[in-house]
Design a protein around this ligand. Sequence first.
Ligand code: ARG
Length: 458
Amino acid sequence: MKLWGGRFAKNTASLVDSFNASIEFDQKLYKHDIIGSIAHAKMLGKCNIITIEESQIIIDGLQSILEDIEKGFVTFQIEYEDIHMNIEKLLIDRIGDVGKKLHTARSRNDQVAVDIRLYLREEIEEICGLLKNLLTTLKDLGKIHGDTVMPGYTHLQRAQPVTLGYHMMAYFQMFKRDLARLHDCYERVNIMPLGAGALAGTTYATDRQFLAQQLGFTDVCQNSMDAVSDRDFAIEFISDASIMMMHLSRFCEELILWSSAEFHFIEMDDAYSTGSSIMPQKKNPDVAELIRGKTGRIYGNLMNILTIMKGLPLAYNKDMQEDKPPLFDTVENLKDCLVIFNEMLKTMTVQKDQMKKATKEGFMNATDVADYLVKKGLPFRSSHEIVGKMVLHCIQHGKAIDDLSLEEFTSFSPAFTEDILEIIKIESCIASKVSYGSTAKGSIETMIQQAEDFLSNI
Ligand code: ARG
């Protein structure tokens, strides 16, 4: 007999039983469901909706079910559809008719909403911890590589010299924003829908503030129809996860390029690389590639849940049961990616000489030469043209700007003097970036200090 079987004259088809059921995936919520139910039973007792003794029997029953699930003693059943009814059925079997009072003044609609919020709250806390680990790694790399010269790119063409420390601290900023987005999302997840009932509120004088307090929510959903219909908080989380994955994916793309023979800027640790089943020489950056690939799956999850919700009339609709697979999948994959990416980053070897060598080609000091002439009084557009001609000359003669003699410099502009030879050195180009937030050593030191202050305050 179904828990809702009263108005039915016939059993559901077994096809419908399995099609309708979510127990296969929502059993993940068992702990949150029980915690929510314990708080609900306590509130029912406190508000004299059931007796204190009944409330206590229910709470003890729920606690023993929780222990048994954790010990692996419980098998959930498809005929009880979802985690909520499976646990309620287990409770009734265990404590008898008193168990039938638990569902007073609530519906599965507010129950599932509170379960997901409890789950997501916990997961966001964990993900924030993982992000913090990654930020710490980036800050450490920023510190170690403040002097590691490398090419900076635009259009994947060598542009201006930077340091690897600076490049790492660019990612620090991205993941710091991701963390801020998650903190912000948490505020909205942490509002309690329980007590909303099916959609209209209930006829019992419940104490939802007490419930929120018991469950550690900062507030109660103000409109019960919204409380049971809303999945914005999950969509918001998956959006944040998508942005985070986009950052990881860009980073992975760079690491994949950098570990190719063409760049050879880094080498992944053997423990974070894989081989080829046919080509014995291969060492592949599979981990980075897989993170890049999983980004597609997280974007897919975002489209999935947005599309589920887009046409739903208020209030609850069964479509919403489909919110859980994309949410769970996002949480699990994001956590895996953050952990493994951090380890991969910590263990990679940086080929400083190769990075430095790459800055010798590509006329990366050309902008500095142009800036030099501006400081000698030329308008920027004119100096840009002069240096453009110098670069063309160098290309035609197979030279770098650094190979030009002072005589050659002055043949392009009389404004050049001896000091240009020092100014065009790659280290000088980096050191001369005096603007706030630049790649110069002092600027990176400021970033590291800001990062350390930030990390010690979160
Ligand atoms: N398993 C359902 C879900 O995940 C629980 C809520 C069911 N509510 C209902 N009115 N059928 O959405």
